[in-house]
Write a protein that binds this ligand. Sequence first.
Ligand SMILES: *Cc1c(COP(=O)(O)O)cnc(C)c1O
Length: 421
Amino acid sequence: MDHFLYKNGVLHAEDVPVADIAAAVGTPFYVYSTATLLRHFRLFDEALDGMDHLVCYAMKAASNQAILKTLGDAGAGMDVVSGGEYRRARAAGIPGDRIVFSGVGKTADEIRTALEGGIRQFNVESEPEMEVLSAVATSMGKVAPITIRVNPDVDAKTHAKIATGKSENKFGIPIARARAVYAHAASLPGLDVIGIDVHIGSQLTDLAPFEAAYQKVADLTEQLRADGHNIRRLDLGGGLGIPYERTNAAPPLPTDYGAMVKRTLGHLDCEIEIEPGRLIAGNAGLMVSKVIYVKSGEGRDFLILDGAMNDLIRPAMYDAYHDIIPLNEPAPGTEQQPYDIVGPVCESGDTFAKQRMMPPLAADDLVAFRSAGAYGAVMSSEYNSRPLIPEVLVKGDQFAVIRRRPSFEEMINRDTIPEWV
Ligand SMILES: *Cc1c(COP(=O)(O)O)cnc(C)c1O
């Protein structure tokens, strides 16, 4: 559920007509709903009621400072995957003891930054990383709390580019080797081994792969405890999917997920962390774009938008589906027609949808891409020298630009021409 609804035939973001934002900031742009962000965070938080837990928002999904502060003020922790994200989280006021550091290639510099600034735990992904982390911590006179990310070899049944829990993926250590790796970790002076981490992929639409992975984590917890490790925290990753296509069966809700977590892991008396990204931010954001031209091709009509693959790469990169809706609600009974919906970038991959049924549209009409809040703005680029598009946050009847559109000069002047050119 989100807070982007038609009221009197006009698409609103909470209480603000989206067209008013377009008039103020120009198109294309991203707009996020505060109420939707908070609603999704609270759904997860409440789903784990009764267990000692922390919801750590996977901020790589949407990492604008205003979004981080909104969620942080509501009590969320953050899951970060780079030194840059760590700094963003701290700059948004998130205390170090609510920040979890994930990622397969943390550098010594990134580790030092997090140890200096304060960290809840590192989710370690390999033995070489473990040794570097111990050495850096020891050199600073510190002990780093860690979980080790295990790869449970479970098929998440999602797009290959976002599946992470099969043995062929680069993530974590094979669960079959876990006991040896935990023994190694326990022998290193700079580490405090506190738990287990698992994250099997993104946009999962079924609880079964999660449950299979968590069952393996439950078994491993008992084995590691028998080996003498004080396992007291389980980080269960993120990955719960959202309904991009409204006609499909809806994925499980956070409540169903929480009940499954209690069923599989509740008896272990561990503190639980989860790292949802997409489910918190995905349906909390739209990308709004304008029709530049309607072009008739051979046997098909193209809607050429001012937004492109550099602004929202998910269709080109993951074959992702986004609902695309007009800002003015079509009158009941309006005949729909098929369009190929494309951007102006010079690649055929710059196609958002093929033969999509839409009400008739004309140049200057505005459309909104639904479910664009996660992995949207954060994955945008300036390809074709198209400046990054602005982000806007709505709360009730107020809206504010939370990242402005850079000028062409700003974009160009980041380059320097050496004097010998
Ligand atoms: C990407 C990622 C997440 C978030 O995944 P979503 O599908 O957005 O919920 C959580 N944890 C880790 C380690 C990740 O890499």
